[in-house]
Design a protein around this ligand. Structure first.
Ligand code: NAD
Ligand code: ZN
Length: 346
């Protein structure tokens, strides 16, 4: 497709990004061109925007930002077989190589040569975006675009909650950013009896309440020990979903688990974390599970069913909607933490 489009471009190293007119990209072999209907901001986008140490090491400029999207396929590259023009799609953002040991053994989401949409390639904060056929996910037409774009982070929540047995159990979620907030609904859908959420930010605790958390606590100013003792009759929680990446939260979470329980870690600590492995993990016989991305594509089928059947309601997670050109307002909100998911509409 010839012509130009609006795109949020990281033009150079350093903080910020610019709305620019750029050429509509052309899909290469086994790629498709998607007309973007909705996108959403992820913490990674904010890291790229604010230019933290990780972004400095990993991002080449100029590059279009963004990776969460929903849209319509408008052009097919050579050799595309499984996608048609007009398909309503979203995208898995891990781009697997297809050849490594992991890819060959059904573990594409942890491919050793993995690239990430909008991190290693041009992204989706634009009118149009190129997506690899292998990553295309066909949405159910009944799911609104603004929800369809959130299936990617919803998938993180699903994979984390799926890592343990939560049915009929008391669980703790540490961190109520978008990942933690989405996990509340997923945990309830998967049958968790009681969901405790620890989160220092009051705005986010209020969101967590709206989403169905049973108990909320500010872990920096109130006793999580006391609350868990009271809620679980001194037993401790069976499962912790660690959704903050904060070392205090990881340690607090480990201490609240009953022996034999599980902790699944999605949050990414910025540095190495000190743990008391002997007392908090080994002697308690705890399973510790690292979660990365979404299992391709098991997780996506679960997300589709939960949304289509309205088993979860993610509306309260969406706190702001902006036209694409107001992306900087979204980034400022991300900085404050006083937001859930922010939608950008081209
Ligand atoms: P976020 O930064 O918006 O949310 C983290 C929340 O943790 C914040 O609300 C913060 O106030 C809270 N927090 C800070 N200290 C805390 C403490 N001591 N106890 C409890 N909560 C505390 O991030 P998000 O978008 O919700 O994502 C959650 C985490 O998952 C981030 O670390 C993100 O980088 C990571 N992530 C990992 C993957 C993966 O594949 N493993 C994918 C996406 C996101
Ligand atoms: Zn691979």
């Amino acid at each position: 497709m010839k012509g130009s489009m609006n795109a949020v471009v990281k033009t150079q190293p350093g903080p910020g990004a610019e709305l620019k007119k750029v050429s509509i990209p052309e899909p290469g072999p086994n790629q498709v061109l998607v007309k973007v209907k909705a996108t959403s901001i992820c913490g990674t986008d904010y890291h790229i925007y604010s230019w933290n140490k990780w972004a400095e090491k990993n991002i080449n400029t100029p590059q279009i930002m963004g990776h969460e999207l929903a849209g319509e396929v408008v052009e097919l590259g050579e050799g595309v077989q499984s996608v048609e023009i007009g398909d309503f799609v979203s995208a898995e953002t891990h781009i697997p190589c297809g050849h490594c040991y992991q890819c060959k053994t059904g573990l594409q989401h942890i491919c050793v040569n993995m690239e990430i949409l909008g991190v290693h390639t041009d992204g989706v904060f634009a009118d149009y975006a190129v997506v690899d056929e292998v990553d295309i996910w066909k949405n159910d037409p009944a799911i609104p675009s603004e929800y369809a774009t959130i299936q990617e982070p919803l998938g993180n929540a699903i994979d984390t909650i799926r890592a343990g047995e939560v049915s009929g159990k008391n669980i703790l979620i540490t961190g109520a950013g978008p990942a933690g907030l989405l996990s509340i609904q997923v945990a309830k859908a998967f049958g968790a009896t009681t969901v405790i959420v620890s989160e220092p930010n009051e705005y986010r605790r209020n969101l967590a309440k709206k989403l169905g958390a049973d108990h909320l606590i500010d872990p920096l100013n109130e006793s999580l020990d006391d609350l868990v003792d009271e809620v679980t009759n001194g037993i401790g929680v069976d499962f912790v979903a660690e959704m903050s990446g904060n070392p205090i939260a990881i340690n607090q979470g480990l201490k609240q688990i009953t022996p034999g329980g599980t902790i699944a870690l999605l949050g990414l600590p910025a540095d190495e974390v000190e743990l008391d492995l002997t007392s908090d993990l080994i002697f308690k016989g705890i399973d510790m599970i690292g979660v990365t991305g979404r299992e391709m594509f098991k997780t996506w089928y679960i997300a589709k069913r939960l949304l289509k059947e309205k088993i979860i309601d993610i509306e309260p997670v969406i706190t702001h909607r902006f036209p694409l050109e107001d992306f900087a307002k979204g980034m400022e909100l991300m900085k404050s933490g006083n937001c859930g998911k922010i939608i950008l509409l081209p």
